[in-house]
Design a protein around this ligand. Structure first.
Ligand code: ATP
Ligand code: MG
Ligand code: MG
Ligand code: MG
Length: 472
């Protein structure tokens, strides 16, 4: 089954259960200061769950564009390393707003997977929240799942929250055992490529408050999310999302440009690089098509970091020129039917990406040279930690985001002193503030510092902030 047919059959199935098909919301949340990027299908319905908004339907389904590269759900560091976490992915979802509840959500998910898509029942596992006996019983009595394939887990895996605050609740998930001999039971929720989480059925009941309290909601809702690329891999008999037709066009373009073929092996550095580049090209294309811009802070800085990370990986393919802007067209061609905004904004997005790439490539080679010298120095001193001051120099002079330096250091078996880095950053900020004050007093032209800072560095929002993002 082609990926486009899989997407359509999901939507058709839920139309058959009286759901209204809605459009994906943009990846840039319209009105939610708690979120840099849309990270789940339910984001656009947050107001309904919180009883602050209504919709003219009580059942909905869609495919939602999601980015998980910041905040509570951040998979940036998995990209390249594994084959089933992307920074951009589609989440297929169905919702009930105070309408049906656990029984329908569970039995319909089971019907779609095993009757419509004919996935082998004996390979599927259901997880439930540790005290959710009701869901356990529904799985046991209303589906044909093997009773010993219903497993209980705690807060980390079976209580879903979109962020630090907001709608949340216990969930029941469906995982698939991909081991050759069906021995994957112990691998469920162990972050193992041989037992993959496919679908999460969340039973929204609470609103998490700033102080951590769970406030019960007036109504109970269903919110489900299934990883589209994962389900494509399973349906197409592939062990990696990247081996599906979703990613094929991107790899073809990368091969055309670099001459490197994909598929040597999971840990091959060039395969890793190709996965990163393909993933990041999608993220940039979708985010910029929805109006985001690379910049020095917040959301824009996440995107800038993603772009710079991809360019560093392109080096592993022996490619030294802007590459991502060439993939913008591939993303638009292969996905523009489903997401027309990609085509509408294609030229502008490619131009922005190219300019960003060109500006970073000016300093990348020299930065890598400096970095290699630093690695030699650190090793020579018998240390395993790159000093914060050095990481700051790479950042300030060569535009290396802290996470890029940390990534490169970790491939060289080194750590980076994050606190030292933050100290340098704070010092620079203080200096800049003083300079500005002095210049203002002396009547110097305002803005010159701004220009300097923009050219060389980025507005730093605190090491803690980056840590919380877990993407550095
Ligand atoms: P995982 O445990 O694999 O990281 P999750 O529990 O964080 O997934 P959910 O928040 O439950 O994921 O999201 C619903 C579904 O979206 C998951 O069951 C999975 O199929 C898919 N999904 C989640 N994160 C990603 C990602 N980074 N890339 C691709 N698909 C994803
Ligand atoms: Mg996750
Ligand atoms: Mg999970
Ligand atoms: Mg989950």
């Amino acid at each position: 089954m082609k990926s486009s047919d899989i997407r359509q059959s999901f939507l058709d199935f839920f139309v058959g259960k009286s759901h209204t098909i809605v459009r994906s919301a943009p990846v840039i949340p319209a009105d939610d200061p708690t979120l840099l990027f849309t990270n789940a299908g339910m984001n656009q319905f947050k107001d309904v769950f919180l009883a602050k908004g209504t919709r003219p339907y009580s059942r909905a389904a869609d495919t939602q564009k999601c980015i998980r590269a910041s905040g509570k759900h951040n998979d940036l560091e998995d990209v390249g390393r594994d084959t089933y976490h992307h920074t951009f992915f589609e989440m297929l979802g169905n919702w009930s707003f105070g309408d049906y509840y656990k029984e329908e959500a569970i039995t319909w998910a089971w019907e779609l997977l095993t009757v419509v898509w004919k996935l082998p029942e004996e390979r599927l596992y259901a997880t439930v929240y540790h005290d959710d006996d009701e869901s356990f019983r529904i799985w046991e009595e209303k589906t044909s799942i093997r009773p010993d394939h219903i497993l209980r887990f705690g807060d980390k895996d079976n209580f879903w929250e979109m962020g630090e605050t907001g709608p949340c609740g216990p969930c029941s998930e469906i995982h698939i055992d991909l081991t050759p001999d069906g021995s994957g039971r112990a691998l469920v929720n162990a972050d193992d490529p041989q037992a993959i989480e496919l679908w999460n059925l969340v039973f929204i009941q609470y609103d998490r408050q700033v102080d951590g309290r769970l406030e019960p909601l007036p109504q109970r809702h269903v919110d489900t999310g299934m990883g589209f690329e994962r389900v494509c891999a399973v349906m197409q008999g592939k062990s990696s999302n990247y081996d599906t037709d979703v990613f094929r066009p991107l790899f073809d373009t990368i091969t055309e440009l670099t001459g490197v073929e994909y598929g040597a092996s999971m840990h091959d550095p060039q395969d890793i690089a190709m996965r990163v580049i393909a993933d990041h090209a999608r993220t940039l294309s979708f985010a910029l098509s929805d109006g985001a811009m690379p910049s020095n802070e917040g959301r824009g800085y996440v995107l800038r970091r993603i772009l710079r990370r991809a360019l560093r990986y392109a080096k592993d393919l022996g490619y030294n020129k802007p590459i991502l802007h060439r993939l913008v067209a591939t993303v638009a061609d292969s996905m523009g039917d489903v997401f027309p905004e990609l085509r509408d904004r294609q030229d502008a997005v490619a131009r922005i990406v190219k300019a960003e790439e060109e500006s970073f490539l000016v300093t990348l080679d020299r930065g890598i040279e400096i970095f290699n010298g630093l690695v030699g120095k650190v090793r020579g001193e018998g240390s395993s930690t790159l000093e914060g001051e050095d990481a700051f120099k790479l950042y300030d002079t060569y535009g290396f985001p802290f996470d890029l330096t940390r990534l490169m250091a970790s491939s060289a078996g080194l750590q980076v002193d994050g606190e030292g880095f933050e100290r340098c950053m704070q010092e620079q900020k203080t200096r800049a503030r003083q300079d500005r004050r002095e210049k203002q007093r002396g009547g110097a032209e305002e803005g010159s510092w701004e220009w300097f800072s923009d050219l060389h560095a980025t507005e730093f929002t605190g090491y803690d902030g980056l840590e919380a993002d877990a993407s550095i």
